[in-house]
Design a protein around this ligand. Structure first.
Ligand code: PGA
Length: 251
């Protein structure tokens, strides 16, 4: 059985107080017997507080939304994987399409970020996904497979076994337009085959592949029904504790 994970991605929302309040509400309303591993992906400013007050309680984990591709040094404004880990959290989201688009992150840079995350015992949630024009040209499988090849295929089997993947078609992020459950399942199966070709079927079969893009309580159950869909990366709906927990329990 593959691990099921539902990760929230707060993006650049919630100041310190609001973020702590939201995380507390998730903790209070969670039963501890959720259908999926809960991960809260928060801005850096929340990490240490939430590591102390939330991480491990009712099984909840917290993720940073990025880390540097450099280990340390004169990189003003950056936060290293080692620093993220030192806050007490265990996960990091890498390669979100907003990071790729607005901060020009490349597959090669993301390969370096993955190495540093894994070397510092962080579980990477590696995001991939195609823009609309690529989908319209029907080149989406090749596009997303290339993202995996260039960022993940240098990993050892051991490191790959710790990695989580999130497929997020860019045209579905924050647009209210989700992929259909069939589109999500098709892509997830295609990606799993691609991973199996390189890492072997057994490892590919244990890799959680999450779906992201306008996932909400009303559509989560249908999307998560796909055999290769192992959970979700949730943006907008993760800013509301009830909606987020409803998604967590949509399997
Ligand atoms: P959304 O964002 O759920 O608001 O579409 C998903 C994401 O960007 O991770």
């Amino acid at each position: 059985m593959r691990k099921k994970i539902v990760a929230g991605n707060w993006k650049m929302n919630n100041n310190l107080e609001a973020g702590i309040k939201l995380a507390q509400e998730v903790l209070e309303k969670a039963t501890g017997n959720e259908e999926a591993q809960i991960v809260l992906g928060t801005p850096f400013i929340h990490l240490n507080k939430l590591a102390e007050s939330i991480v491990g309680k009712k099984g909840i984990e917290v993720a940073a939304q990025n880390c540097s591709d450099k280990a340390s040094g004169a990189y003003t404004g950056e936060t290293s994987a080692e620093m993220v880990k030192s806050t007490g959290v265990n996960y990091v989201i890498l390669g979100h399409s907003e990071r790729r688009e607005y901060f020009n992150e490349t597959n090669q840079e993301l390969a370096a970020k993955l190495d540093l995350a894994l070397a510092n015992n962080l579980v990477p949630i590696f995001c991939c996904g195609e823009p609309l024009e690529i989908r319209e040209k029907e080149e989406h499988y090749a596009y997303v497979k290339q993202q995996l090849t260039e960022s993940l295929f240098h990993l050892s089997a051991n490191d790959f076994a710790k990695t989580v993947i999130a497929y997020e078609p860019i045209w579905a992020i924050g647009t209210g337009k989700t992929a259909t459950s069939a589109q999500a399942q098709e892509m997830h199966a295609e990606l799993r085959n691609h991973l199996a070709d390189h890492f072997g079927q057994e490892l590919a079969d244990t890799c959680p592949i999450l779906y992201g893009g306008s996932c909400k309580p009303s559509n989560a159950q249908e999307i998560f029904a796909g055999a290769d869909v192992d959970g979700g990366l949730i943006g907008g709906a993760s800013l509301n504790a009830d909606d987020f927990l409803a998604i967590v329990n949509s399997f």
